[in-house]
Write a protein that binds this ligand. Structure first.
Ligand code: DX5
Ligand code: ZN
Length: 222
């Protein structure tokens, strides 16, 4: 897929969790396209966030598409819970489970979009055999686990190579980039053929998150 305008997905990892639902509401009102939700289990990544109950509460707060990014071991055991909680999209890291093909297929069988997240150190070939059954890929431009990290240079180039793989396979693929993104990098992402920019700190750590969303949407529209 290539959307006309880069989608801006607000990643709640960087928000004030004491005001989680107000913050989701604020970025929804500001026009963010999607809400990106980072689920971390303290095992696959050292950090720990939340589970399906919080995702379900976020679901009740916004009508925007919910992009659930699972950074957990044995993701296959949890996929159904996140779909039940209201996820529209569920992404797994292929190294967290033995049978990614099976789990991605099960996400699709539930009528949701299936995604695969690729760490900076993961070869793009990890997705090659899965392309026919994957709706989207998250190119990680930081190592997963925390918000506020520095963008890893070369990530746009990886996205370009991934686009070529999808073109060669004659399959449509939505490409997202996750980590260290800010308004300045939005046009570069668009130029690299990236469909979705995920941003946490650049939105929620800004003095005015709603204004930050507007700036990003503006950058995405030129
Ligand atoms: C990192 C998460 C990201 C994170 C990005 O593991 O997958 O979604 O929220 O945060 P920023 O935009 O602050 O780099
Ligand atoms: Zn994420």
């Amino acid at each position: 897929m290539t959307t006309e305008q880069t989608v801006i997905a607000a990643s709640v990892l960087a928000c004030d969790f004491g005001r989680l639902f107000d913050e989701v509401q604020a970025v929804t009102d500001a026009g963010a396209d999607w809400i990106h939700v980072d689920v971390m289990d303290g095992h696959y990544v050292p950090n720990l966030t939340f589970g399906p109950m919080i995702v379900e509460a976020v679901r009740r707060t916004t009508t925007l598409p919910l992009d659930v990014h699972l950074m957990i071991e044995h993701a296959e055991r949890w996929v159904d819970s996140y779909v039940d909680a209201g996820a529209d999209m569920v992404a797994i890291h292929p190294e967290t489970l033995y049978h990614p093909h099976l789990t991605l297929t099960s996400i699709r069988k539930r009528g949701k979009q299936a995604g695969i997240a690729l760490n900076p150190g993961t070869s793009l070939s990890a997705i090659e055999e899965l392309l026919p059954i994957v709706d989207y890929a998250i190119v990680m431009s930081v190592n997963p686990g925390w918000g506020g990290q520095k963008f890893i240079e070369g990530s746009f180039e990886r996205a370009r190579r991934l686009r070529q793989l999808a073109l060669d396979a004659k399959t449509s693929l939505t490409i997202e980039i996750d980590g260290g993104m800010n308004t300045e990098r939005v046009p570069q992402a668009a130029e690299a053929g990236i469909d979705v920019v995920i941003a946490g700190s650049a939105i929620f750590k800004a003095d005015d998150p709603a204004a930050a969303v507007s700036d990003m949407l503006q950058a995405a529209s030129v």
